[in-house]
Design a protein around this ligand. Structure first.
Ligand code: ATP
Ligand code: LTN
Length: 335
């Protein structure tokens, strides 16, 4: 591990709150896979965050395991990346509690995600939903992460993490590295196929808006054929006036490597039918090897277990070093 000490460290995570989508892949996981050589990378399955909203226990377990397989199948080599399940590393809950005591009611009340999720779950506005950002700060600070790759929606959570860390360091000295958010450039926001003004999201209620990473080719094709476009019948990149077509162009561009100009030329004078079919086919081919590899890995539970166990061990080692330092600083008696 000693030569990894000089590399900058990355930590990120996705909640196993739903089946992973094309948005999760293009906006997060695909980019993570390209960072392994340059950075020391830790990727978590944020199962503790997931129970801030009610879950069916068996589904949560299944999705967590599937997500481990999907991470690996998407190119996150477990030899080069530390892949682990949040609840397997008790230091997250332990530091989470300490940080709860250094996080203010007022700042938590301003969090957009808390406001959104409490509106959506009005019958279950629990304390965990409220203190979610303090646990997320613990996730990041335990690893002394330099960079946190997340989508724009999570930027506010990385900012509150920085505030909490700065506050703590102000009292006790330099305990935590102050992390930076790392927001991907283009193609980072995949929109819903049925309502392209909204983000494609795993908790979307409209199943036609969302393409899942492990979905069958015929279902993917059906969703693309139904995708919302406009009445102009011209493939042209214009997110403001043509959000549906522009979203499909972005997806096609990432899937095939073609530029927007090349796509406009390819479909000049052709109808949306051809275009949607081509985009669907490109996504089917993009996801096919990932789906097949995920299925293969899911049949090898012993291997998956060995990956997440080794990940938890390595993560615990790093996390416990930070936790011990924190316990000492706040005045807990050593055992
Ligand atoms: P939920 O619906 O449960 O809130 P979600 O589908 O919006 O979940 P998250 O788990 O919040 O996804 O996101 C995991 C990561 O994937 C985030 O860092 C986010 O940037 C990225 N991501 C998710 N959806 C998209 C999308 N449509 N486009 C680009 N990136 C996305
Ligand atoms: N809140 C994030 C998931 C998440 C996370 C993290 C991301 C939990 N802990 C630490 C980065 C770093 C989400 O909902 N996408």
């Amino acid at each position: 591990m000693e030569n990894t000490e000089q590399k900058k460290r990355i930590l990120s995570g996705i909640q196993p709150s739903g089946d992973l989508t094309l948005g999760s892949y293009l906006g997060a996981i695909k980019n993570w896979a390209s960072l392994a050589d340059e950075y020391d990378c830790y990727y978590m399955l944020a199962d503790m965050h997931t129970i801030t909203v009610r879950q069916v226990p068996a589904d949560l377990r299944r999705r967590t395991l599937t997500q481990v397989a999907a991470y690996i199948a998407s190119g996150l080599d477990p030899e080069k990346n530390t892949l682990f399940v949040q609840s397997h590393v008790p230091a997250h809950a332990q530091l989470g509690w300490v940080l709860d005591c250094y996080t203010m009611f007022g700042e938590l009340s301003r969090m957009t995600q808390f406001k959104d999720k409490s509106a959506k779950n009005a019958d279950n506005i629990n304390a965990g939903l409220f203190t979610y950002p303090a646990l997320m700060a613990a996730d990041i600070l335990l690893y002394q992460a330099d960079l946190v790759p997340v989508g724009g929606d999570q930027k506010q959570h990385v900012e509150i993490c920085r505030d909490i860390a700065t506050r703590f360091n102000g009292v006790y000295g330099d305990v935590f590295k102050i992390p930076e958010p790392y927001i991907p450039k283009v193609g980072a926001r995949v929109m819903s196929l049925s309502s392209p003004e909204n983000k494609m999201s795993k908790s979307d209620k409209d199943p036609n808006g969302c393409v899942y990473m492990l979905e069958k080719p015929e279902d993917i094709m059906r969703k693309f054929k139904k995708a919302m476009t406009d009445s102009e019948a011209c493939v042209r990149f214009d997110p403001e006036n043509k959000p549906g077509v522009s979203n499909l162009m972005q997806i096609y561009s990432v899937a095939t490597g073609s530029s927007f100009e090349a796509i406009e030329a390819e479909f000049a004078g052709r109808g949306y039918g051809d275009f949607k079919k081509a985009v669907g086919e490109s996504v089917v081919e993009l996801l096919r090897p990932i789906r097949e590899e995920t299925e293969r890995l899911l049949a090898d539970k012993a291997y998956l277990e060995s990956v997440y166990r080794a990940g938890a061990e390595k993560a615990s080692y790093v996390a416990n070093r930070t936790l011990s330092k924190v316990y000492k600083k706040v005045g807990f008696l050593a055992r």
